[in-house]
Design a binder for this molecule. Structure first.
Ligand code: ZN
Length: 133
């Protein structure tokens, strides 16, 4: 018989991360969000190096991936910018995409993790207003 695990005791936290391409610009730069299937113009081979994320903490899953010493191949096109290639820091978050994501989160009765809101700026009061305003 398998041993019963006390998830609360071990501090297990679970979440669901959903990715959806929105009909906006990209999330962390002003490029078009275009999913291409044609042959890439170039490839960049990388090894992961773990760093602190937006929350200031090092991600456990990223640390584990680094320990595996894998190579990752980035495929690039004439539409690929330095942010997408991880060669430049992300720009200010796309406010339209953030507004849409938070609206979907509310509609799903989901809890947004707190550091999501650190991206909000003084314009946060207009996040839930109509884009036609
Ligand atoms: Zn870009």
């Amino acid at each position: 018989m398998p041993k019963k695990i006390d998830y609360e005791k071990i501090g297990l936290k679970c979440g669901l991360e959903i990715h959806q391409q929105l009909d906006t610009k990209k999330l962390f730069c002003n490029c078009i969000s275009l999913l291409r299937q044609d042959e890439p113009d170039f490839e960049v081979k990388r090894n992961l190096h773990v760093v602190a994320g937006e929350s200031g903490e090092v991600d456990t899953a990223a640390s584990y991936e680094v320990s595996l010493n894998k190579d990752f191949i980035y495929q690039g096109y004439d539409t690929t910018c330095l942010v997408e290639l991880d060669e430049s820091p992300p720009r200010k978050i796309n406010q339209e995409a953030l507004r849409i994501a938070l609206q979907i989160s509310i509609l799903l009765n989901a809890n947004s993790i707190s550091f999501t809101f650190s991206f909000l700026t003084s314009s946060s009061s207009s996040l839930f207003t109509s884009s036609s305003e």
